[in-house]
Write a protein that binds this ligand. Structure first.
Ligand SMILES: Cc1cc2nc3c(=O)[nH]c(=O)nc-3n(C[C@H](O)[C@H](O)[C@H](O)COP(=O)(O)OP(=O)(O)OC[C@H]3O[C@@H](n4cnc5c(N)ncnc54)[C@H](O)[C@@H]3O)c2cc1C
Length: 373
């Protein structure tokens, strides 16, 4: 018999073997934290593992824009999940139990080069309308800029802190510095996880390990999930920055934060698991930003960093149960939209795990498209 467990228990002090959970969630980024909260709401006892500290990888590194960039260029299932996620953010943030404010700010987003090859004002408008993303066109001389008035951004590290606080408040266990090293299987079903701290038993396991997920999902062809590096930089808060909206051109975006600082992103690079930043990419981002919003010229760069997005071969997230290993689930592959789609993805996962009908058609995200049953 293990020690009594309650919301106030110090979970990380408990020996691994003394605890058994209904569900082990592997990876404490945005996907893992939101999944854990949704699953706990359904009454499951949940533990979240992370090999480092919670919320220190892609979810920390991202820009926090709650809308896909050039949204109409994504496959519809991605766009539907992201648009549903955008709508759910206010409710998610209201439900959090934390003194930390994620600083959601509805600034709108202006895209200066929206019309690519083969695209028209009408085709873009029709796609956005079909998923309920409000938009307006602004004519500037010979060109069209696209204005998305309802787009918000959040401060990623604050959002992750607030989610982690909420996990603690709900009595959901979080075990940091605990790496999943393999799955425990019994009669073709998952029975737990072998971790760097010993074996942990559970009836179900959810893989939310971001760019590191592939090796934890048996049967995935090589290259199904992979890291895509994104570099970012941040400019000091100054009153003269004066940026009042997210601004985007040539694939570069500028995000105003409430404290007056500006975050600039991002590169899209296949560099393996390498998170270093390089001078030339940083210089290009910075120069484009100063051209787009000249008031930023002279603002000091205070931070530079890179993160690894969980890319997937067909650009769609993996969201569902493994076709050959009962009880093994995944919520990963969010690529460039993992933050925006997180609340909708977590709900879809919880609905499927509970056998409920899902609000969105879950078929496009199923693992069966990549793994034989
Ligand atoms: C530069 C950049 C900008 C971005 N901007 C945006 C944006 O503006 N809007 C948007 O919606 N999305 C954006 N994204 C994408 C978004 O950040 C990601 O899709 C999302 O954060 C992925 O979340 P995740 O939880 O799947 O992965 P992560 O946040 O990477 O979390 C995975 C976790 O799993 C842990 N882990 C890995 N392996 C193991 C293991 N074996 N055992 C235990 N734990 C393990 C890791 O330590 C990590 O904490 C951006 C990403 C980057 C890099």
């Amino acid at each position: 018999m293990g020690p009594a467990i309650g919301p106030s228990a110090r979970w990380h002090d408990l020996p691994v073997s003394s605890t058994r959970f209904d569900i082990i969630v592997v990876g404490a980024g945005i996907a893992g934290l939101t999944s854990a909260l949704a699953l706990e709401r359904d009454g499951a006892s949940v533990v979240v593992l992370d090999r480092h500290c919670a919320g220190t990888e892609a979810s920390w590194a991202g820009g926090g824009i709650l809308c896909p960039l050039y949204a109409w260029r994504y496959p519809m299932p991605v766009l539907r999940l992201a648009a549903e996620g955008m709508r759910r953010y206010p409710a998610l943030l209201d439900s959090l139990d934390s003194p930390v404010d994620p600083e959601r700010w509805v600034t709108g987003m202006e895209i200066l080069d929206p019309i690519g090859d083969g695209e028209t004002v009408e085709s873009i408008g029709a796609t956005l309308e079909s998923v309920g993303i409000a938009h307006q066109w602004r004519r500037q001389a010979e060109t069209h800029a696209l204005w998305l008035p309802e787009v918000a951004n959040v401060r990623n590290p604050y959002l992750l802190d607030a989610l982690t606080d909420t996990l603690h408040a709900r009595g959901i266990a979080l075990r940091e510095h605990c790496a999943a090293e393999g799955l425990l299987l019994e009669n073709g079903r998952v029975a737990g996880v072998a971790t760097s701290q010993g074996e942990m038993q559970a009836d179900r396991v959810v893989v939310t390990a971001g760019a590191w997920s592939e090796s934890l999902i048996p049967g995935l062809p090589d290259g199904s999930l992979f890291p895509v590096r994104g570099q970012m930089l941040r400019l000091e808060p100054r009153p003269e920055n004066g940026l009042d909206r997210i601004l985007m051109d040539e694939g570069v975006y500028l995000i105003p934060r409430r404290d007056g600082s500006v975050v600039i992103g991002s590169t899209v690079e296949n560099a393996g698991f390498d998170k270093t930043v390089d001078e030339s990419a940083q210089a290009r981002l910075h120069a484009t930003a100063c051209r787009l919003w000249p008031q930023l010229t002279g603002a000091r760069i205070t931070h530079r960093w890179a993160g690894l997005r969980p890319g997937s071969a067909d650009e769609l997230p993996l969201l569902g149960e493994h076709p050959a290993i009962g009880g093994l689930w995944a919520n990963t592959g969010g690529y460039r939209n993992g933050l925006a789609m997180a609340p909708a993805a977590a709900e879809l996962l919880a609905d499927r795990m509970a056998g409920r009908e899902t609000r969105l058609d879950a078929t496009p995200y199923r693992l069966e498209r990549l793994i034989d049953g």
